[in-house]
Write a protein that binds this ligand. Sequence first.
Ligand SMILES: NC(=O)c1ccc[n+]([C@@H]2O[C@H](COP(=O)([O-])OP(=O)(O)OC[C@H]3O[C@@H](n4cnc5c(N)ncnc54)[C@H](OP(=O)(O)O)[C@@H]3O)[C@@H](O)[C@H]2O)c1
Length: 284
Amino acid sequence: MILVTGATGTIGRPLIDLLAEEGAKVRAVTRDPGTSGLPEAVETVAGDPSRPDTIASYLEGVTAVFLHPRAAGEAAGALLALARERGVQRVVALSAINIDDDPAEQPSRFQGDRNKEAEDAAVASGLEWVSLRPASLAVNTLRTWAPQIRVGDVVRGPYASFAEPLIHEGDVAEVGARALLDDGLSGRRLRLTGPRSPSHAELVAVIGDVIGRPLRYEEIPPEAFAQGLIQRGLPKPFVAALMARYARGTGPAEAVTDEVERILGRPARSYDRWVADHAAAFQV
Ligand SMILES: NC(=O)c1ccc[n+]([C@@H]2O[C@H](COP(=O)([O-])OP(=O)(O)OC[C@H]3O[C@@H](n4cnc5c(N)ncnc54)[C@H](OP(=O)(O)O)[C@@H]3O)[C@@H](O)[C@H]2O)c1
């Protein structure tokens, strides 16, 4: 039995589908099974991984845990101690490629994500462990750009030349499934990236090509962009961390790796492919 935390999330849903397709027994944890929309084939249980006592009884009979840093919050260590007590053998922790960066330049920390703590807890757990360190998810561009693209042909944002190797969430989930089901990845910190590192301007052009409309990225001053985010209610420390990451300099934010291809036996999915998979969300 595999227990999945963060089961209703961007990574958790495709991960659960893959595990179920392979015939694995899955127990999915969500705070609200009633609205989770998880597949019937999966045992869905009510619990909050940030309060491990709420999932203690569900650890019985579990061999492997998928540890989600947003869901576990500060409780990753306590949750894994409980897991070990109950006989769990393996943990696959979701983390992030930037966890060794200056914390002030890790925007996700200001949203409460505890990516470094999740990896550290996995390493210290005494269980077999694997850490997934994905680059930025391509789905971030949906959140930041789709509202502009649905109403026009110009995307306004800072740093047109900022580049990073965005990864398809499906690839992170697929590597996660391999780490949970197969032997051989134990003790690895997997830096997972897409196959290339396109700039903001290139990414917007790709969206245009795939949805069949000419789109253009228009660079605006970083200060104006940051003010806009703050006016939309994003916390100031989060905005400061994001801008520090963008401003760090030329060259891709992270190097492209071939981990996805080496583990899955096929190249990581491209951004073009990701847009094709989500094209409807960019259209009115
Ligand atoms: N976005 C990126 O570019 C990127 C890149 C690398 C790493 N990461 C990291 O990956 C993680 C995000 O993964 P994701 O996109 O799969 O997450 P997600 O979709 O936002 O959330 C996963 C699930 O966690 C549960 N959850 C959320 N907040 C919670 C809270 N405060 N307390 C308890 N449970 C909570 C929710 O499940 P229920 O509501 O069903 O309980 C949610 O469906 C973060 O740690 C992030 O920093 C993100």
